[in-house]
Design a protein. Structure first.
Length: 78
């Protein structure tokens, strides 16, 4: 799936989860997915725990995080 199509799965709505990025408007945040993966939860476990999720949703969350990090700039402190 192309990056643009994956990013279309990330939605931001101030009325859903206080505006945090979510997956396809559901009450599942990108943050939840990333924290779960960081804590060792497998993709299969995530998909089992959240049957409404699709594998592409997890890819989208990872791509979203990658995009945020790629824009980050670090400046040396003198």
């Amino acid at each position: 799936m192309r990056a643009k199509n994956l990013m279309d799965r990330i939605t931001i709505n101030p009325e859903v989860m206080i505006g945090k990025p979510t997956i396809r408007g559901m009450r599942i945040t990108v943050e939840q997915i990333l924290k779960a993966l960081a804590n060792g939860v497998t993709t299969k476990e995530l998909l089992d725990d959240y049957p409404e999720l699709e594998p592409e949703d997890i890819q989208a969350a990872l791509l979203y995080a990658t995009e945020l990090v790629s824009e980050e700039q670090v400046f040396a402190v003198a």
